[in-house]
Design a protein around this ligand. Structure first.
Ligand SMILES: *Cc1c(COP(=O)(O)O)cnc(C)c1O
Ligand code: SF4
Length: 357
């Protein structure tokens, strides 16, 4: 693990200028990166700034949060709404793509802005903002009127940036809806701003009285600082089930050792690896994407190398709003006649069923 070298910062860095003053962007790069900062939101919390080694041009934490000139390159296949949220949004803030669950996007603000964000055109200070009271009423009317909705997933943005009071206003309304059994939060807060995870936040998360799940988004094992580990422990000790979400990113976690260490970090913190996302076709993110084949090789190598508890499901969100699909490693190939070639985690091939000796 690299020792943190950046000067400690007291407040979140929220512009290219802030990052430059903190020594996280070189003077010669600042003018060209300003254009990116004008278009896509920038924020790095003190916890994440402290993890960046500014002398390492390939720093995996910097790569996730510090604007890069490559973001100006937009490929034709990239989209403003890469996973097609808009195609399934019956009312503001609700995405209802699958019958039994909805996304409730109450807020479009995050404590950090990821350079690869799939909602980068919607989040940030110039993004879709926070739902108004009447939009919130309409969202709850929609949820209450659809008894097939079993689970509400609070995402955004990052719902844990809301004050405990505002979060509680949401979770208490969910308490009143009988058919909702599960409340899930998608967040980066326990890692990027662990001090927010205090008793009042936890109470607010649990105020629905439903089964509460927190899906933690983290992409590199170095993100699990002592403070982050303590924040996760507070959530799990409070009876909240935690699962993981990571994005497979070129130059961040696209090697087996890093990916294995990341998944082990989740499990060591009592967080069950859930999804490993293939990077979405978000605008200006091609420098962070790898091929599906590279992803398949990586998840194939994880199997066997680390505990079964550490295996995430490799997921591709089909552009246009068609939902998620499981990619998995290709380990079995039909040879016809009921015979198969199976590849093990070392890459060795075997015949199935085995040929009698
Ligand atoms: C990803 C997503 C979900 C959650 O999917 P799970 O497979 O249950 O984790 C729900 N709704 C929408 C619109 C999504 O994009
Ligand atoms: S925390 Fe999630 S929603 Fe926010 S910028 Fe990162 S990927 Fe996007």
């Amino acid at each position: 693990m690299n020792a943190p070298i950046a000067q400690p910062v007291a407040r979140s860095l929220k512009s290219v200028e802030d990052l430059h003053f903190a020594g996280l962007i070189a003077s010669e790069d600042a003018p060209s990166l300003a254009a990116i900062g004008d278009h896509y939101a920038v924020a790095v919390t003190p916890a994440m700034a402290a993890l960046i080694d500014p002398t390492d041009v390939n720093d995996p934490i910097a790569r996730q949060f510090i604007p890069d000139a490559a973001e100006l390159t937009r490929l034709p296949e990239e989209r403003d709404d890469p996973i097609g949220d808009g195609a399934h949004s019956p009312v503001a803030g609700i995405v209802h793509r699958y019958p039994d669950r909805v996304l409730l996007k109450a807020v479009h603000v995050c404590p950090v802005y990821c350079r690869f964000c799939f909602r980068r055109e919607m989040v940030g200070p110039q993004g879709l903002g926070t739902l108004t009271l009447s939009e919130m009423d309409a969202a709850f009317t929609y949820i209450a009127g659809h008894p097939e909705i079993w689970e509400v997933i609070l995402t955004g943005g990052d719902p844990l940036v809301l004050s405990p009071r505002r979060l509680r206003a949401i979770t208490e309304r969910l308490a009143a809806i009988e058919h909702i059994k599960i409340v899930r939060f998608h967040t980066r807060v326990p890692v990027v701003e662990p001090a927010r995870v205090d008793a009042s936040l936890i109470e607010a998360l649990k105020a629905s009285g439903k089964a509460v799940y927190v899906a933690l988004h983290a992409n590199h094992p170095r993100e699990f600082t002592e403070d982050a580990r303590r924040a996760c422990a507070r959530l799990v000790d409070a009876g909240i089930v935690m699962v993981s979400q990571s994005v497979l990113l070129k130059g961040v976690n696209d090697d087996v050792e890093t990916l294995a260490a990341l998944m082990r970090s989740f499990v060591e913190n009592r967080i069950k690896p859930y999804y490993l996302h293939h990077p979405d076709l978000a605008p200006g993110t091609s420098h962070l994407r790898l091929s599906i084949e590279e992803g398949q090789a990586l998840v194939g190598a994880l199997r066997g190398r680390v505990s079964g508890l550490c295996q995430p499901t490799y997921i591709l969100d089909i552009p246009g709003g068609h939902g998620k699909t499981v990619v998995t490693a290709t380990t079995i190939e039909s040879q016809g006649g009921g015979c198969y070639t199976v590849t093990d985690f070392r890459g060795q091939e075997h015949t199935y069923p085995p040929v009698a000796k």
